[in-house]
Design a protein around this ligand. Structure first.
Ligand code: NAP
Length: 346
């Protein structure tokens, strides 16, 4: 069997870091060889440093790995980053400059012109930006690739399906985002129990802009963003995992309800290891999707859509749901790495 790629995780002790460790435990292409986090954790074994919050035990293979500071060099071929924005810009650049491919969950590089913002099923041709980036930033063989905001991961796939077939003119998106999206310890229990919070710092601008880049066209040197507007309101709700988005969309071309449903159902998945059988699952039951029932579909990598109807104000409305720490974070990073490996880019 081919040698596995050696992975280093920045922010390994956090909510997304733990999900990486869980998802990589039996991965056929990747093995974890380095873990890094803040000064609070550096120097301790992972088991000592990490307040493990996922079901099951910390995998044996990482328990005794000593957590390192977030500085190159670390012993790996590729870096998965789940660092807070406050340190991500400087740190991810340092790793890219030191020659590591960096795949990031952080928002800081997502909208930079020369950085791919990837959903592999939608825009893998944007990987062409890597060469542009390496030349522009003088990175040598290192580079930075990003995955989208966790709420965007729920509604950009159905929007992509509609944009390809009919053209999207505008959308109103209202998100209901899980508590784990705020990391750990995240939102205080006294704020979120018996409550809905109508504000998530910094979230609405991301939800209003990232999909246009993801659905943009790569012209060989840059991305021409898709020409539609999104209006967003983002809420934190009392759900542990799984972001839900209520979407109303106006289309450019003519369409029937049947065609809209078919466009979503037919959007192809990829054949990569972490690809779900279905990228978008459309449910007919009137009470779905629901976070508890649908977030783990396709091992957390499927986006579930339901309640697709004609809308009285816009053209159509629907509800989309995805697992925020899997499709919206660690699972997407791993899928991006599988894509890069399949194209011999790592
Ligand atoms: P988290 O649970 O708060 O974990 C943060 C991680 O970063 C921990 O490993 C922490 O290490 C480390 N860290 C914090 N401050 C640091 C510093 N100054 N220097 C070095 N390391 C530091 O956060 P998270 O939810 O995993 O989110 C991580 C990133 O992913 C953020 O950029 C977030 O926006 C993004 N993201 C999160 C989600 C989600 O659903 N949670 C989804 C998509 C994207 P210690 O344990 O040592 O403090």
């Amino acid at each position: 069997m081919a040698r596995k790629y050696r992975v280093g995780i920045l922010g390994a002790t956090g909510t997304v870091g733990q999900r990486f460790i869980q998802l990589l435990e039996h991965h056929p292409q990747f093995e974890i060889t380095a873990l890094a986090a803040s000064d609070r954790s550096a120097g301790k074994s992972f088991a000592e440093a990490c307040a493990w919050k996922l079901a099951g035990d910390i995998p044996e293979s990482v328990r005794e790995i000593t957590v390192q500071p977030i500085e190159p060099p670390i012993d790996c071929d590729i870096v998965f980053s789940s660092l807070p924005s406050s340190v991500a810009r400087e740190t991810e650049e340092a790793f890219a400059r030191a020659g590591y491919p960096v795949i990031s969950n952080s928002s800081v590089y997502r909208m930079d012109e020369d950085v791919p913002l990837l959903i592999p099923e939608i825009n893998q041709d944007h990987l062409g930006l890597i060469e542009v980036q390496q030349t522009k930033r003088g990175f040598g063989k290192g580079f930075i690739v990003t995955n989208p905001n966790c709420a965007v991961s729920s509604f950009a796939p159905p929007l992509a399906a509609l944009d390809r077939k009919f053209g999207v003119e505008s959308a109103i998106v209202t998100t209901m985002q899980a508590i784990s999206g705020a990391g750990y310890p995240g939102v205080a229990s006294l704020d979120i129990i018996d409550n809905v919070l109508p504000y998530i710092a910094g979230e609405e601008p991301k939800v209003e802009t990232e999909a246009q880049k993801i659905l943009g066209k790569f012209n060989g040197t840059s991305i021409q963003k898709a020409d539609f507007t999104v209006s967003a309101q983002c809420f934190r709700v009392n759900v542990i995992d799984g972001h839900t988005a209520s979407v109303r969309v106006k289309l450019r071309g003519n369409s029937t309800l049947e065609e809209v449903i078919a466009a979503m159902k037919e959007f192809p998945s990829l054949g990569l290891h972490s690809s779900p059988d279905r990228f978008i699952e459309v449910l007919d039951e009137p009470s779905r999707p629901q976070p508890r029932l649908d977030r783990d579909r396709g091992n957390g990598m499927t986006v579930t859509v339901g309640r697709i109807f004609p809308d009285n104000v816009f053209d159509y409305r629907f509800v989309a749901l995805s697992h925020n720490t899997v499709r919206g974070a660690a699972g997407s990073t791993i899928l991006n790495a599988e894509l890069l490996a399949s194209k011999n880019l790592i």
